[in-house]
Design a protein around this ligand. Structure first.
Ligand code: FES
Ligand SMILES: [Fe+2]
Length: 361
């Protein structure tokens, strides 16, 4: 006779060894904390990242300061406090802190205690992106930002940026970004085409990146690319998806007009910096910067492309939030199974898990 258990045994959602919502965060990495325009002079901004509440503000010179959003006195949020010059003055009892987190003045006493110090974090700004490092401070100085200089204003491509908060763990967004076979289905109403899923692709697993390349040719471009480029016949769409770090995945697209003779074809580039920042176990802050090198000076084209790509991201959001809901709510034993095209995503999830566990020692 079978033994009935009062509590069913814990069952994994997937094959062993893959990162999921129970995997610890990776702290030793650069993450985009907000967009440059979101931090205005004199106004502190609150963010929650990797389970930590952070406040950001600009000093008088415009430099960004990031510190714990919690006054060391009685935990009042510094994001609800006042910026005075380079300092932040707590809105509860008026204790003043400098941009290095040191206490500078306590209104009710002469002495500013040394122990009363707000934890600060390393920040770098490559507009329109503001990056933060929440891990080992010593490693921040020696770790370069993940590579996406083409997504900075200084590079000169046409840029647009946005952000969304997803009710999903960041691991699944990373996996989604490496798996573009879903374009033919989830994105069939936006920028997917029917030939996308079966197009040939290659996967390269490198030490510092995981790359999936997919060539869709000949194909027809979706209107958001076809119209500004005036490519309405046969075209090539070559997409490279690259995982660089827990905070950055890049989608790089090359578009070509195949109706032109080979020697006359131009490579048109459009790339998206997919900037992922875990908020907590069940939420991810998702910034994106879209950059292109064609029709660069036309604001209407920027708006149309931004709206088209964002509409696709909303479809991803729908998928990921409902996947997360299923994983949260459905309690009967269940194991996800992978297919051949999941190779890059599986490698990525193994890497995220092993990095997270290695950081914990
Ligand atoms: S809680 Fe900030 S000064 Fe008291
Ligand atoms: Fe997608």
């Amino acid at each position: 006779m079978a033994t009935l258990l009062a509590t069913p045994p814990e069952t994994p959602h997937h094959e062993d060894g893959l990162a999921d919502e129970d995997t610890p965060f990776i702290f030793d990495a650069w993450y985009v904390v907000c967009l440059s325009d979101e931090i205005e002079a004199g106004k502190p901004v609150a963010r929650r990242l990797l389970g930590i509440n952070v406040v950001l503000y600009r000093t008088a010179s415009g430099a960004v300061v990031a510190m714990r959003d919690r006054c060391p006195h009685r935990s009042f949020p510094l994001s609800a406090s006042a910026i005075e010059g380079d300092d932040i003055v707590c809105g509860y009892h008026g204790i003043r802190y400098g941009p290095d987190g040191a206490c500078k003045a306590v209104p009710t006493q002469k002495h500013a205690p040394k122990v009363m110090r707000v934890q600060t974090y390393a920040v770098r700004e490559t507009a329109p992106m503001v990056w933060i490092w929440l891990g080992d401070p010593g490693r921040a100085a020696t770790t370069a930002l993940p590579p996406c200089e083409w997504a900075t204003r200084a590079h000169g491509w046409a840029l647009s940026a946005g952000s969304m908060t997803l009710h999903s763990n960041y691991v699944f967004l990373h996996e989604n970004l490496l798996d573009l076979s879903h374009l033919s289905f989830l994105h069939k109403k936006t920028f997917g085409t029917p030939d996308y899923a079966a197009a040939p692709f290659s996967t390269d697993i490198g030490e510092d990146r995981i790359v999936v390349r997919r060539t869709v040719a000949p194909t027809r471009l979706p209107p958001l690319y076809a119209d500004p480029l005036d490519i309405h016949g046969d075209a090539a769409r070559i997409v490279t998806s690259t995982y660089h770090s827990p905070g950055l995945s890049v989608s790089a697209v090359v578009l070509q007009n195949l109706e032109l003779p080979e020697g006359e074809r131009t490579d048109h580039h459009i790339r998206t910096a997919q900037l992922l920042t875990p908020i907590d176990r069940d939420h991810v802050l998702y910034h994106f910067v879209i950059a292109r090198d064609f029709v660069k000076d036309d604001a209407q084209t920027s708006e149309t492309i931004h709206a088209g790509i964002k509409a696709a991201f909303v479809e991803d959001c729908f998928a990921l939030e409902n996947i997360a809901r299923n994983r949260r709510e459905d309690e009967a034993p269940f194991v996800e199974r992978s297919i051949t095209s999941d190779k890059a995503g599986v490698m990525l999830r193994r890497r995220l898990r092993s990095e997270a566990l290695a950081e914990r020692g």
